[in-house]
Design a protein around this ligand. Structure first.
Ligand SMILES: *Cc1c(COP(=O)(O)O)cnc(C)c1O
Length: 361
């Protein structure tokens, strides 16, 4: 059976490891978007609530709705809400990030007549060119906030490459731009938002820019995009599968669709019930990716199928029913991700819903 075993202990370790790098007054916004990076949003959010994190963040409204329906009470900011979902967002007491004049107008209209000012967050685009108000629009935001029925809880931006070696010209430029935006907002006496700029790698690389809060996702799950920083964290998930069948094949026989692998000698092939529908994509096939049987690394051979993949176990004693580790203590998700030129984020968030999540206290 495929299972993603998740260690509550490791999650708590990472939470405290990140907190230990912050001054006591800096808030930690725990990012649980994309099903908590594939680990299971509700279970992760419940533990983060127990650990007394200050805030949760998700990408979309439906993700916040799922957490509210599961009873999560923490404030939840929604990074990338769509205008069409604003009504639902209000129904579930979620806090939108407004990132354009369009989103601003649409949301401020909806909350014009609410009794209390509605909490919102403002995102600035300081160079990533993905989403956000332009720095030049700061005065517009400040002037309109004064006339609105909204309370600016926080103002933030996002770095292009927070893990990149310092000095980093583009990041430094973004930091300067953001500090100018911050100064403008601070002149406004009506609103007193907090300010934030850093994700996980930023906490390690730019601790002096931690400002009032940081937004950590991948760090909670055990990675910080740098081998040295990773040392202070513990991957919280172990992905395991099991050998379903073993074949003894002769030199010249092929394995899998499109004859993806031709046996260079008589070989032993094991089949796992895990495929690209479970998040182990075709890019791991053809000997790019490895998996672990005990401490032995063996290659994935041929093309990964939707529900299965095959591994070459010619040099490794094993039998049907044996556990195979895809990532965990024998090989980290970051290492496996690198084998197919992707990153831990993509590998983790892609683990399919058929894989059982097992929460280990
Ligand atoms: C996903 C996200 C984060 C979290 O980044 P990590 O590198 O996972 O810590 C922070 N801020 C924003 C705006 C995000 O979209």
């Amino acid at each position: 059976m495929n299972q993603l075993r998740i260690s509550a202990k490791a999650l708590a370790h990472n939470f405290w490891a990140l907190k230990s790098r912050l001054s006591p007054s800096t808030k930690l916004i725990a990012v649980v978007k994309a099903n908590a990076y594939g680990h299971g949003a509700v279970a992760v959010a419940k533990q983060l609530e127990a650990l007394q994190t200050d805030y949760l963040a998700v990408a979309y409204v439906a993700e916040g709705q799922e957490l509210r329906e599961a009873g999560i009470q923490l404030p939840i900011m929604v990074f990338y809400p769509q205008i069409a979902h604003f009504k639902t967002l209000i129904d579930y007491r979620l806090e939108p990030v407004l990132y354009s004049k369009q989103t601003w107008h649409a949301f401020s209209e909806l909350v014009q007549s609410t009794t209390a000012k509605y909490p919102v967050h403002i995102k600035y685009n300081t160079g990533l060119n993905r989403i956000g108000f332009l720095p030049e629009e700061a005065n517009w935001v400040i002037a309109n906030a004064a006339k609105s029925n909204m309370s600016l809880i926080s103002v933030y931006s996002h770095l292009i490459e927070s893990e990149g070696p310092r000095p980093h010209r583009a990041s430094d430029k973004q930091i300067n731009t953001f500090l100018e935006i911050k100064a403008l907002h601070e002149k406004d006496t009506e609103q007193s938002p907090w300010f934030h700029l850093l994700n996980t790698s930023g906490v390690y690389n730019y601790p002096e820019q931690q400002l009032d809060a940081v937004r950590c996702g991948i760090g909670l799950y055990g990675f910080a995009n740098h081998p040295e920083w990773d040392q202070s964290l513990q991957p919280i998930a172990t992905l395991e599968s099991v050998i379903s069948q073993i074949h003894h094949i002769q030199k010249g026989e092929t394995v899998g669709y499109d004859q993806g692998w031709v046996a260079p000698k008589d070989s032993v092939i094991a089949t796992l019930p895990l495929g690209h529908a479970d998040g182990i994509g075709r890019h791991f096939g053809k000997q790019k990716g490895t998996v672990c049987i005990g401490a032995t690394k063996v290659p994935i051979v041929g093309n990964v199928c939707m529900d299965m993949l095959m591994i070459d176990v010619s040099n490794c004693k094993c039998q049907v029913g044996d556990t195979v580790q895809i990532f965990g203590n024998q090989q980290s998700a970051a290492t496996l991700a690198r084998q197919s030129e992707t990153i831990s984020y993509e590998l983790l968030t892609g683990i399919g819903s058929r894989v059982f999540r097992i929460w280990e206290p």
